[in-house]
Design a binder for this molecule. Structure first.
Ligand code: FE
Length: 342
């Protein structure tokens, strides 16, 4: 490179440096650590960028790996926002010290209190029910409550995944919070006694078990079944007519719901942008995309759900405070160990 071309390069760099701040929409960045990966998220993020002029940099990965990464990065972490699924993971992130409190009138107003951390370190943005599915050809009187799953009537019929699964951990924690530890222990023991097989696979595999005839009853999150309605899920979609479902506890405290959500990283370098992003997630349009991405329910009332979700019908969700439920997670783990729930 000769002297002239160096000068030319420097001049163009200078021109760029001057030009950059003149751009109408350059309000910096937002570094998003997320374990989400859904098609509708593209629109979710691009709408935010268009509205705010903030560029989103996404780092996607497995939730537990992201928590570990945030911990390892410590004070130097570039993370602004952490998004994940399940109250137990949100609580684990809080316990790991990777989140910080957010005081936002808008979030307080839009996100119902039972779906927020009591210290405002995490907020739920969509809901999934954890409900009972059954084989319509074999089960005349399906369970109406979670407690019923432990009844002698259903011996050898129940398929449910392992106790290492966060969804089951939060479900049991909610039963502890609603009915007390003793009742929860009796319940867990009864479910183990009623298992059709040793816990295996994911929620979709429990639904497949109904179709294959291995399971008369299965516990699954709502979105796995909605996904089988909306798309082609091997071993489930071809036999939808065979599968019935019950939103449990409709005459008492309602069906257990869990969260997808997130919070602001403890050392967020772009904190203002992070607050703006969480507030955006509570807006009607973002709520719709956020929930639709995984066939979930928006936390903000009156926001539209997908057609597949609508097919599941309306239900009463448990209104228990999920932050209080999260405090029961250690007891839930003890109970799982005691009753030998694999
Ligand atoms: Fe899932």
């Amino acid at each position: 490179m000769n002297a002239l071309s160096i000068r030319a390069t420097l001049a163009s760099v200078a021109a760029l440096a001057v030009a950059a701040p003149a751009l109408a929409q350059d309000n910096g960045e937002l570094n998003l650590y997320s374990s989400r990966h859904y098609d509708t998220d593209e629109r979710l993020y691009s709408d935010f960028e268009d509205q705010t002029g903030i560029t989103i940099n996404r780092i996607e990965g497995n939730a537990d790996e992201l928590i570990a990464r945030l911990q390892a990065e410590g004070e130097n972490s570039p993370a602004d926002v952490f998004l994940t699924v399940d109250t137990s993971r949100l609580e684990r992130a809080k316990d790991a010290g990777i989140l910080q409190a957010v005081e936002s009138d808008l979030l307080e107003e839009r996100v119902p209190g039972q779906y927020q951390d009591s210290d405002n370190q995490w907020f739920g943005f969509s809901l999934r029910g954890r409900i009972i599915f059954y084989d319509k050809t074999d089960v005349e009187n399906p369970p109406a409550t979670y407690m019923d799953l432990a009844s002698d009537d259903y011996e050898g019929q129940v398929c449910i995944r392992s106790s290492t699964n966060t969804y089951n951990q939060t479900l049991l924690a909610s039963i502890i919070e609603n009915e007390g530890a003793e009742a929860a222990r009796t319940w867990a023991q009864g479910v183990v006694d009623n298992m059709a097989r040793a816990p295996q696979g994911g929620d979709t595999d429990q639904l497949r078990g109904i179709v294959s005839g291995e399971c008369d009853l299965a516990v699954s999150n709502t979105y796995y079944f909605a996904r089988a309605i909306a798309s082609d899920v091997d071993g489930v979609s071809g036999s939808l007519d065979q599968i019935g479902w019950v939103f449990p506890n409709q005459d008492s405290y309602g069906a257990h719901v869990n969260l997808s959500g997130g919070g602001i990283a403890a050392n967020a370098p772009n904190r203002e942008n992070a607050v703006a992003f969480l507030e955006y997630l509570a807006s009607d349009s973002a709520q719709q995309y956020f929930a639709a991405g995984n066939n979930e329910y928006p936390v903000v009332e009156g926001v539209e759900t997908t057609e597949a979700v609508d097919e599941l019908g309306e239900f009463q969700a448990d209104t228990v405070d999920l932050s209080a439920v999260a405090k029961q997670l250690p007891t839930a783990q003890e109970i799982f160990n005691e009753v030998g729930w694999e």
